[in-house]
Design a protein around this ligand. Structure first.
Ligand code: ADP
Length: 628
C-alpha cells in the first residue's frame, strides 16, 4: 500500500523527442488511476518511468515519502503487467508465478503459499501445471496478473493489459480487474487508449494528448465538465457534437446562433460563468452537445436536420443527420454540419425525414473557438469591470475609490479603462459593497457569485461569507491587468521574480576531503544550493550545465533587501510602482529589471537583493523545462 507523487516530471528521449511534459499528480493510497489518450501521447512512457524501466529526465517521483528516481526497478516494490503477458513459454503456470520469488531467494514453502493464494483469487488453480501455450488469452492474462500478485507489491502498474483480448473477454476482465483492485486494497495505475476502459475502471483518470496532461478528474467530472474540446470529444460514445456558433445574450436568455440562421436558446443562469465578452454575438465559439442530451421533435423546435441514417441498437437508437433541410452531395466540408443523436426509440424517424434537434439546456458546453478551452470553467479565470477616471480617483461599480499611482502612470491621459480581475484578487475590504447571490463549492474553494447588475463577479471567499448577505470587498490592485481601448496597458505583478544566470561547482577542502559545492550565479551574486539540486541540473545538461544560462524563478515574497553584511545581488532602484496598499521598487541589476516589495518609507538608491536557494526554481532555457 502506498501513495505516489509525480512532481513536474519530464521525459526527453535521447533523440531529443519530448514525450512527457510537466506531469504532476498526487495519487492516494488505494486509488485506481487510469492514464488514457491516443497512441503516442506519453502514457506508457510515464508508466515506465514509474516502474523504473525508463529514466526520468526531470522532476521528482516519490513513493510514500521516498524519492525513487534513481532506485532500481526491483527495489521500488512495484509490479508491472504488460499487454504481451511476457510469460516464459517453457515454464508451467506455477513456475511462471514462482519465478520472481525464487529469484529473490524466498523459501519454497512461502512461494507455494503465495502462488496458491493468488491462483485461488484469479481462479486458475486448475491450470497450475499447464504451459502458457495450452491456455486461452484470458487465462494467460490472469497468469500475468498472478505473477504480479504473488509479489504483494505496493503499487500495480498495468500497461494496456487487455488489448490482446476480444471484446467480450475484455469486458469480463475489466470487471475482474476492478474487483481485484477492491479486494487487494492496493494502488493501481492502468494505461489504456480505450476511453470506455478508463471510464469504467478508474477512480480518477488522467487524459493526455501529445505529451501533455489535459485534465485529471473523476470519470463523471470528465464527462460533465470537460476542460477542453479534446477531453470533451475523447470521453463518451458516440462522440460529443461540435458546432461553430456565436452567442448573443437577450436579458435572461442566451441565444446560440448557427451560421445557417438556426438558433437554440439557453437560460443565462445555466451559462453565467461565460464571460460577457463572448455574449455579444460577434466572437466565434464552439458549441458542444452530447448525442444523449438531444431530444428530437418534428414541430420546429431547435436545429433543423435531414436524417441520413438510423441505427437501432435495441436498447436505444442512434440517429445521424446533416444540418439544413436537404442532403445534397456529401463533401468533407459537411463536417461541422453533421449531427448525431441518441434516443431511446427512433420510432417514426426515417432516412430523408426533416426533424429538429433540441439540446438539453442543462447539458450544453461551450469552448473558445481558438484555444478550445471551456468557457464554463469551474472557477472563471477573470472578471472585467469598467473604470472611469474621476479627478484623483476612479469610479468602479458606482463607487469612487483611490486611483493607485501605478494605474495612473499606465493609463496616461485616458479617462476610462478596463480592469481585469482574477477571482483570487477580490478580497474582503472596504471599497465595494456587493451582495453574495450564491456560493458554490469547487474542490477546496468556495466560489461566490457577487451580484453586479444583470451579471456576476466571481470571487473566492472563506467560510465566514454567507449566501444572501452583503459584504464590502476590495481588489488586490497589483494582481490586476489594465486595458486601455482594448490594449494591455499594465500587467499584473506575478508571483515570481525571474532572473537569468549561470551555474557552477567548486571543490572545497574540508579537513582531508575535497567536497563539491554547487552555486547559482546571477551577475556577481553567488548563492549556494544543495548537492541534490546541483546533481539534478548536471544530470540534464551534463557538464555543459556549467556553460548554459538558466532561468531562476524565485517566489516574490522570498526576494528581499539583504541584511547588513549579508551577500546580495547589487542593483539600483530605477523606479517605484505604488499600488496603494502595496509598493514595489523596480531594481536594475546585472542588466535585468525586476520588482521587489518594499516598505512605504523605503527610499534607497542602491540595494543588495538577497534570497534563499530553497525558494529558487530552476528552468532550462535550452529545452523549456522545470529542472528543480
Ligand atoms: P503511448 O503509450 O501514449 O502510446 P508512448 O509513451 O509509448 O505513448 O510514446 C510517447 C512518444 O514518445 C511517442 O511519440 C513515441 O514515438 C515516443 N517514444 C517512445 N519511446 C521512444 C524512444 N525510446 N525513443 C524516442 N522516442 C520514443
Amino acid at each position: 500500500m502506498a501513495n505516489l507523487k509525480l512532481s513536474h516530471i519530464y521525459k526527453v528521449y535521447d533523440n531529443g523527442h519530448k514525450a512527457v511534459n510537466d506531469f504532476s499528480i498526487d495519487i492516494a493510497d488505494r486509488e485506481f488511476i487510469v492514464f488514457v489518450g491516443p497512441s503516442g501521447c506519453g502514457k506508457s512512457t510515464t508508466l515506465r518511468m514509474i516502474a523504473g524501466l525508463e529514466t526520468i529526465t526531470a522532476g521528482d517521483l516519490l513513493i510514500g515519502d521516498t524519492r525513487v528516481n534513481d532506485m532500481e526497478p526491483k527495489d521500488r516494490d512495484i509490479a508491472m503487467v504488460f499487454q504481451s503477458y511476457a510469460l516464459y513459454p517453457h515454464m508451467t503456470v506455477y513456475e511462471n508465478m514462482a519465478f520472481g520469488l525464487r529469484n529473490r531467494k524466498m523459501p519454497e514453502k512461502e512461494i507455494k503459499e503465495r502462488v496458491l493464494k493468488a491462483a485461488k483469487i484469479l481462479d486458475i488453480e486448475d491450470y497450475l501445471d499447464r504451459k502458457p501455450k495450452a491456455m486461452s488469452g484470458g487465462q494467460r492474462q490472469r497468469v500475468a496478473l498472478g505473477r504480479a500478485l504473488v509479489r504483494d507489491p505496493k503499487v500495480f502498474l498495468l500497461d494496456e493489459p487487455l488489448s490482446n483480448l476480444d471484446a467480450k473477454l475484455r469486458a469480463a476482465m475489466r470487471t475482474e480487474i476492478t474487483a481485484l483492485h477492491k479486494s487487494l486494497n492496493t494502488t493501481f495505475i492502468y494505461v489504456t487508449h480505450d476511453q470506455v476502459e478508463a471510464m469504467t475502471m478508474g477512480t480518477r483518470i488522467v487524459v493526455m494528448k501529445l505529451g501533455y496532461v489535459q485534465q485529471i478528474d473523476t470519470p463523471m467530472n470528465l464527462y460533465n465538465e470537460p476542460y477542453n474540446k479534446f477531453v470533451a470529444g475523447f470521453i463518451g460514445t458516440p462522440q460529443m457534437n461540435f458546432f461553430d456558433v456565436t452567442l448573443k445574450r437577450e436579458q435572461d436568455d442566451v441565444n446560440v446562433l448557427f451560421p445557417n440562421g438556426d438558433k437554440v436558446t439557453v437560460p443565462y443562469e445555466n451559462v453565467s460563468k461565460i464571460h460577457n465578452h463572448y455574449l455579444n454575438g460577434d466572437v466565434p465559439v464552439t458549441f458542444g452537445i452530447r448525442p444523449e442530451h438531444i431530444k428530437l421533435n418534428k414541430e420546429g423546435r431547435g436545429l433543423k436536420f435531414v436524417v441520413t441514417n438510423v441505427e437501432h441498437l435495441g436498447s436505444d437508437s442512434i440517429v445521424y443527420g446533416k444540418l439544413g433541410d436537404h442532403l445534397g452531395e456529401f463533401t468533407m466540408k459537411d463536417e461541422g454540419k453533421l449531427i448525431v443523436v441518441k434516443v431511446n426509440e427512433a420510432k417514426g424517424v426515417e432516412v430523408g425525414d426533416v426533424v429538429y434537434a433540441e439540446p438539453d439546456p442543462e447539458k450544453v458546453h461551450f469552448f473558445d473557438a481558438e484555444t478550445e478551452v471551456t468557457l464554463m470553467n469551474k472557477i472563471p479565470p477573470y472578471n472585467t469591470l469598467e473604470a472611469e477616471v474621476d479627478g484623483d480617483g476612479m469610479t468602479v461599480l458606482g463607487t469612487k475609490v483611490a486611483l493607485p499611482d501605478a494605474f495612473k502612470r499606465a493609463i496616461g491621459a485616458a479617462d476610462r479603462f478596463e480592469l481585469i480581475i482574477p477571482p483570487h484578487a477580490i478580497v474582503e475590504g472596504n471599497d465595494f459593497e456587493l451582495k453574495v447571490a450564491r456560493i458554490e463549492k469547487v474542490d477546496n474553494d468556495r466560489l461566490a457569485y457577487l451580484e453586479n447588475g444583470d451579471s456576476y463577479l466571481f470571487a473566492l471567499v472563506n467560510e465566514t461569507v454567507k449566501e444572501g448577505d452583503t459584504y464590502r470587498f476590495s481588489f488586490e490592485n497589483e494582481k490586476l491587468n489594465l486595458n486601455v481601448e482594448g490594449k494591455e496597458a499594465l500587467k499584473a505583478v506575478d508571483d515570481e521574480v525571474s532572473l537569468m544566470g549561470t551555474f557552477f561547482r567548486k571543490e572545497i577542502k574540508e579537513g582531508h576531503d575535497r567536497v563539491l559545492h554547487f552555486f547559482y550565479k546571477i551577475g556577481d551574486y553567488t548563492l549556494e544550493t544543495s548537492p541534490e539540486q546541483g546533481y539534478k541540473i548536471n544530470s540534464i545538461d551534463g557538464d555543459n550545465c556549467y556553460k548554459y544560462t538558466y532561468r531562476y524563478a524565485i517566489n516574490r515574497d522570498a526576494v528581499r533587501i539583504a541584511e547588513e553584511g549579508e551577500a546580495g545581488l547589487e542593483g539600483r532602484v530605477v523606479d517605484y510602482c505604488d499600488y496603494g496598499n502595496i509598493r514595489f521598487a523596480k531594481v536594475s541589476a546585472d542588466g535585468q529589471e525586476f520588482l521587489i516589495k518594499v516598505d512605504p518609507a523605503f527610499a534607497l538608491d542602491k540595494v543588495r537583493v538577497a534570497m534563499d536557494s530553497k525558494d529558487v526554481s530552476v528552468y532550462s532555457t535550452r529545452i523549456d523545462m522545470k529542472i528543480c
